[in-house]
Design a protein around this ligand. Structure first.
Ligand SMILES: Cc1ncc(COP(=O)(O)O)c(C=O)c1O
Length: 396
């Protein structure tokens, strides 16, 4: 049988990162390619206690079908929490609990994107979201990311040139892959441009709570008087990604459409996981938990910075780590980044080639992403040392 796939998905390829995971599964390989939380960051004991309680005392509540919008106590908690802590959400917004933030991209796309619409995204950007947008047959237009976020002139140019722009997709905090954070000025500018050109924004913020240096910057959603921002939050990097619990704060008419779309996808987010998140926030000191994560990661970030300074030749630069899980290293002209990453695999170190995060993977690219939260300190040290040795050999 020759299988004929839909136009929507026939050109989709497996994520380069997932492909790289095949090499990373080799126990001898040092993987700097994943985007996983550190094993020591998981609140395992607390989750075990909560699970035992909910399954022991009222098992049916966590095993029964539930409502699509999400576990009501968790929605109510998040409404208060997001408003009081971040000034996010108005009376015109509603909260939808989703199966990971990845599902928010899918539900928003399904609800809003027509074939041949344009989605403006940062270049580079998170491959999982880009592939979701692609699967709705839209066209991606990348806007370069600078050290303080999207290039605003190029964003406006894209908005002027493109006819059917539906969405601007941005990751303003510790962007994946670059680690860059968008300045307040640029956040305001992105919002004003979206308003001017009548375009919606998806603000994807899985890393905002993981700031190790400097002050928090208000979310774009805090300016949203017009109802044009869909905010995506996730517990993947702050509690556990395997729970698959995330949430959208979206203008209510968009929320309602996303609810209908979610019914066709998974009916509701795993209710057992949702109760765990709600109870975790209720019973334990959530702010102290976040502080603990920041302590673990900022130590790893400082150590990584030390290693990069120590072992990389000065011609290889990297983005300063202020939060999140990643940074990007840039090779000097004359070194083939793809060949560099392949040779690193031969030497048992895995990183993600930067072109995997571009709207057009065939564009020239001289950088690669590294993750510093999953490897042990010993692995970080060995991996970065090997990386530096290879770079020095090639620069000679
Ligand atoms: C920018 C960004 N958005 C969304 C996600 C997906 O997160 P979730 O596990 O909540 O689906 C990730 C995961 O790495 C990410 O980096």
């Amino acid at each position: 049988m020759e299988y004929v796939f839909s136009d929507r998905v026939s050109s989709l390829k497996p994520s380069a990162i997932r492909e790289i995971f095949k090499y990373a599964a080799d126990p001898e390989v040092i993987s700097l390619s994943a985007g996983n939380p550190s094993p020591e960051a998981f609140p395992c004991k607390e989750i075990a206690e909560i699970s035992a309680d909910i399954l022991g005392k009222n098992p049916i509540a966590s095993l029964q079908y539930s409502v699509t919008e999400g576990y009501t106590p968790l929605r109510a908690r998040l409404k208060t929490y997001m408003k009081s802590k971040y000034n996010i959400g108005t009376d015109d917004d509603s909260i939808l609990i989703t199966s990971g933030a990845q599902q928010i991209m899918d539900l928003a796309s399904k609800s809003l994107i027509n074939e041949h619409d344009v989605v403006i995204c940062e270049a580079p950007s998170f491959i999982g979201s880009l592939n979701t947008f692609r699967s709705y047959n839209c066209r991606l237009r990348g806007v370069p990311v600078e050290s303080d976020g999207m290039n605003i002139e190029q964003l406006e140019q894209a908005l002027k040139e493109e006819k059917n722009v539906k969405l601007i997709y941005t990751i303003p905090n510790f962007q994946n892959p670059s680690g860059v954070t968008m300045s307040l000025e640029k956040r305001k500018a992105v919002y004003e441009l979206a308003k001017k050109y009548n375009v919606l924004i998806i603000e994807d913020n899985p890393y905002g709570d993981l700031r190790y240096v400097g002050e928090d910057i208000p979310a774009i959603k805090t300016f949203d008087t017009e109802g044009i921002v869909i905010y995506a939050g996730s517990f993947s990097k702050t509690i556990a990604p395997g729970l698959r619990v995330a949430f959208a704060v979206a203008p209510t008419p968009i929320f309602q459409k996303m609810v209908v779309c979610k019914q066709g996808q998974d009916v509701h987010t795993n209710i057992w996981s949702q109760i765990i998140v709600d109870e975790f926030m209720d019973r334990y000191d959530y702010e102290a938990h976040l502080e603990k994560l920041r302590r673990i990661y900022s130590k790893k970030a400082s150590y990584t910075t030390y290693l990069l300074d120590q072992y990389l030749p000065q011609q290889v630069t990297y983005n300063k780590i202020e939060g999140g899980l990643f940074t990007v290293c840039t090779l000097p002209d004359g070194i083939d980044m793809q060949a560099f990453c392949k040779e690193l695999i031969n030497r048992k170190v895995c990183v993600v080639p930067g072109n995997a995060f571009l709207t057009d993977e065939s564009q020239p690219c001289s950088n690669f992403r590294i993750n510093f939260t999953t490897p042990t300190d010993k692995q970080l040290c060995k991996g970065i040392k090997i990386m530096g040795e290879l770079a020095k050999e090639l620069i000679k």
